[in-house]
Design a protein around this ligand. Structure first.
Ligand code: ATP
Length: 583
């Protein structure tokens, strides 16, 4: 309720004006039958003259024009306010999503979040717009209309409103079925767009594996279900039309009969009878709309709940809540008995991916991290930049517990080049400058040079100013990795982490990159996760991970001397492989 009221309050002025115009709308609307009554009664009694008739008609026309104007204003204010509310909620939701950590995005699928941002916001707009508008309209129309009708004929008024509860309940019931069917159709439409999106993204795979026909068949089956669902929806919509007209018409018939008798018995004037029937139409319409709106109201509340569920999510990274002075960092890392499991909503005790890791990395060293696939290498380096929450006291940078360091400050000092990079559809230079949009051009060019990207620039039409395709598709895998490396270098981090980030780069270019890194990262710490051991031979420290534990750690030469060492085995194996390749 606090969420709902907060947004009403914020745009209270608009709603207030909307309500004022709505009262005026109903007053003008209800005055027209009253004027009609006067004219007809005058005609019947013979008091009417051509000029009184003309002035009556003019008055009705002027009222109708005024009605159209205030009606438009009432809708502009009320529906405009609902759009303002959705504008606020949409921005609040997006800004909040920016603050949520990786563990949140592991739990929610992108499609689900997109649906909340689009469909739920549409439902919330209906709640704040049409629901409020029609509910208020109903109250005003009932109060003014029923009062005037009761003045004309109290008994007839009772007969007229008797079928209303039935009308309301009937429409509400059918509208629930319509909403359910409309949801099912919407979901199917979402499936169809997902399918199109996935198919177009992976069109090269579809063609490479000759799946065109089966993809078309699967698509047709999705469309068939959508067709069935929309036809079922059209059927319920048709039913609601019949129900509305049937019940409304039946009610009018009863009023016609009883009202007609009252006119014959002279209990009601002919003008009063016409006015009464004219009041019936807007009241019946509003009752029907109310039945419909009740369903929309419920769905709107459901949408508010779902959006609030996301807004109530908080980052579990302790550093996100830390404010205050941020110490300068030099680049030494201490890891103390670190055991870590990815948060998993489904299991109370998820399997740890790192167990009892102890490690000391002096500032300025080059550290190689190796191990089999899934050994926990990426997990370990991810934790250094606080992508996931770690227990306090387990990771220290220059003696500062990372849980006590403001996350943004930490990330300015820890540059990460991930295994899979993401490039935005902007220029290469803008992609490099992601973390420092105001970086001077010379710096961008310098880091592009360090990442060995400059040699590729002549291949692009506009060099660094070439716009890359969606997610960087117009660059090769190796070029994408080097853009990502330049992006991290631009931050001039105290700790640089390359998480298997040179895997798509040939050995010579990798060697050149590492050489320039040794120069530019002098005095800074570099962590190199790699499947290739050759680039790690001049590392200060090698850490071998196996099933989340440190199996070996030491300088490469001492590790090589061990007969049964994992690192030694990897080096020998890769040497044999490269000799075989060379043959
Ligand atoms: P590779 O050499 O293949 O990159 P790695 O040593 O870097 O492997 P990690 O990516 O650290 O391995 O993964 C270690 C384990 O953690 C794997 O078993 C993986 O399935 C699991 N894992 C990785 N990321 C997540 C995640 N976000 N949520 C849950 N489990 C994860």
């Amino acid at each position: 309720m606090s969420f709902i009221l907060r947004h009403f309050r914020r745009h209270g002025r608009h709603y207030l004006w909307g309500l004022v115009f709505l009262v005026a709308t109903n007053a003008l609307l209800m005055s027209i039958p009253w004027m009609l009554r006067g004219i007809i009664d005058a005609l019947e009694s013979g008091r009417a003259t051509p000029s009184s008739l003309a002035s009556g008609a003019l008055l009705i026309a002027a009222t109708a024009i005024a009605l159209a104007i205030v009606r438009t204003w009432s809708r502009l204010f009320m529906l405009g306010a609902s759009r303002r509310v959705v504008y606020d909620v949409r921005n609040e939701l997006f800004a909040h999503l920016q603050t949520l950590p990786a563990s949140f995005y592991d739990r929610y699928r992108t499609g689900e979040l997109m649906s909340r941002a689009v469909n739920d916001l549409r439902l919330i707009r209906s709640l704040y717009g049409p629901c409020v508008l029609y509910a208020a309209d109903l109250i005003f129309a009932y109060s003014i209309g029923l009062t005037l009708m009761a003045i004309l004929d109290p008994l007839l008024t009772l007969a007229a409103v008797l079928p209303y509860p039935l009308l309301l309940a009937g429409v509400y019931r059918v509208s629930r079925t319509i909403h359910r069917r409309s949801n099912a159709a919407q979901e199917q439409l979402a499936e169809i767009s997902n399918k199109v999106q996935e198919n177009l993204t992976g069109i090269n795979m579809v063609k490479a594996y000759a799946r065109e026909e089966s993809e078309t068949r699967a698509f047709r089956s999705l469309c068939r279900t959508y067709l069935d669902r929309t036809i079922a929806l059209a059927r319920s919509r048709g039913l609601i039309g019949v129900l509305m007209r049937g019940l409304g018409g039946g009610g009018t018939l009863v009023v016609f009969w009883i009202g007609g008798l009252h006119v014959i018995e002279r209990d009601l004037s002919l003008g009063g009878f016409v006015a009464f029937i004219s009041y019936l139409v807007p009241l019946t319409d509003r009752t029907i709309i109310m039945g419909w709106i009740l369903g929309t109201f419920q769905r709107g509340l459901g949408a508010v709940d779902r959006v609030r569920e996301i807004l109530a999510e908080r980052s579990d990274i302790p550093g996100d809540a830390v404010v205050g002075p941020a110490p300068s960092l030099d680049g030494s890392v201490s890891i103390r008995n670190l055991t870590f499991a990815y948060p998993d909503g489904a299991t109370a005790a998820p399997r740890p991916r790192l167990r009892g890791v102890d490690l000391d990395i002096p500032a300025g060293s080059l550290v190689g991290i190796v191990g089999r696939v899934g050994a926990g290498k990426s997990t370990l380096v991810r934790l250094l930049s606080a992508v996931y929450a770690v227990p306090p006291g387990t990771i220290l940078l220059d003696g500062h517990d990372i849980t006590a360091l403001p996350t943004q400050h930490l990330r300015r000092h820890v540059g990460v080049v991930p295994q899979e990079t993401f490039l935005f559809s902007r220029t290469i230079a803008e992609n490099i400058a992601l973390g420092r949009p105001d970086a001077p051009r010379e710096r961008i060019e310098a880091v592009a040079e360090m990442a060995q990207l400059t040699r590729d620039l002549p291949q692009f039409t506009r060099g660094l100013d070439t716009i890359v395709g969606e997610r960087g598709v117009t660059l090769s895998g190796g070029q994408r990795q080097r853009v990502a490396l330049a992006r991290a270098l631009l931050l001039e981090p105290r700790i640089l982490i390359l998480d298997d980030a040179l895997s798509s780069i040939d050995a010579d270019t990798e060697e050149a990159i590492l050489k320039s890194l040794r120069g530019s990262m002098r005095g800074r710490t570099t962590l190199l996760v790699s499947h290739r051991v050759a680039p790690l031979m001049d590392a200060d420290l090698i850490v071998v991970l196996s099933d989340g534990r440190i199996a070996e750690a030491g300088d490469p030469r001492s590790l090589l001397r061990r007969d049964d060492g994992l690192f030694g085995r990897m080096v020998r194996q890769q040497r044999i492989e490269s000799e075989l390749e060379a043959m």
